[in-house]
Design a protein around this ligand. Structure first.
Ligand code: CIR
Length: 253
């Protein structure tokens, strides 16, 4: 069960965020509205949500998932793999200090963005991507192993982050799309397969047996409901324009 989440309000500079989506510029007012509804949905799932103020200097800082990994026992502050996002970690130690005594860091030459880390029980899959390298992944694995957890790496081909294409919904159920459907490492799960035309929906999140997913993906919604979950759909169109999705917008712990 999760009891808490941390989110960061998008700044006006959001429109300058990194993107490959080709979907146009986000509408800032609509992004704020969608973000407020996202917070509400987390609260309805029982989470106590800490809302951080906007950080205008960092356009992508609302994608707060990328800057820390929060486990049951420790927090690990990431080292983003792209220059414009490096400064996002500056205040995380004091923010996380309210919740964790045990805080580690990923250091150069290691880079990790936690959108590349998927927790499945006590094991953490770490995507090697354009943002996350071997050195960073092995630092994370060492921090986890010191505390009785484990990690392994997955090489990414097409997607930005690991969780762009997979989502663990607990109970051995894994939502998977594209390159991950045939990945050997994921065959031990019950795969909930996402069709190529619904690939954006693979970035969904389990919050205490409710699955939050983006609007407009009826096939995978049906599959997830048939697997026994309550589904709540949320419109995050303005964040999709920046390659972001539901998982990226919060740290859940
Ligand atoms: C970026 O390119 O870093 C942001 N525009 C999107 C980050 C999305 N985060 C995630 O998938 N965890």
């Amino acid at each position: 069960m999760f009891t808490r989440a941390i989110v960061r309000i998008p700044g006006k500079s959001l429109i300058n965020g990194l993107t490959t989506a080709g979907l146009g510029l986000p509408d800032y007012d609509l992004a704020l509205e969608q973000h407020a509804k996202y917070i509400k949905a987390l609260e309805v799932c029982g989470l106590d949500v800490t809302v951080l103020e906007a950080d205008e200097r960092h356009p992508d800082s609302t994608f707060i998932e990328d800057v820390a990994l929060l486990t049951g026992t420790c927090a690990i502050i990431m080292n983003p793999g792209v220059p414009s996002r490096k400064g996002e970690i500056a205040k995380m130690r004091s923010v996380l200090g309210d919740f964790y005594d045990d805080i580690e860091d990923v250091r150069d030459p290691g880079h990790v963005e936690a959108g590349d880390i998927m927790m499945a029980g006590m094991h953490f899959y770490i995507g090697l991507s354009k943002r996350t390298n071997e050195s960073g992944a092995h630092q994370v694995i060492a921090h986890l192993e010191k505390r009785g957890m484990s990690g392994s790496v997955i090489k990414l081909k097409d997607v930005l982050h690991l969780k762009t294409g997979v989502a663990y919904l607990e109970h051995n159920n894994l939502v998977a799309s594209g390159e991950f459907l045939s990945n050997e490492a994921f065959q031990r799960f019950n795969l909930l397969r996402v069709d190529p035309e619904e690939s954006y929906s693979a970035n969904c999140i389990w919050v205490n047996d409710t699955v939050l997913m983006p609007v407009g993906f009826p096939k995978i919604r049906n599959t997830i409901e048939e697997a026994g979950y309550l589904v709540k759909v949320i419109n995050v169109s303005e964040f999709q324009k920046l390659d972001g999705g539901l998982s990226c917008l919060s740290l859940r712990f």
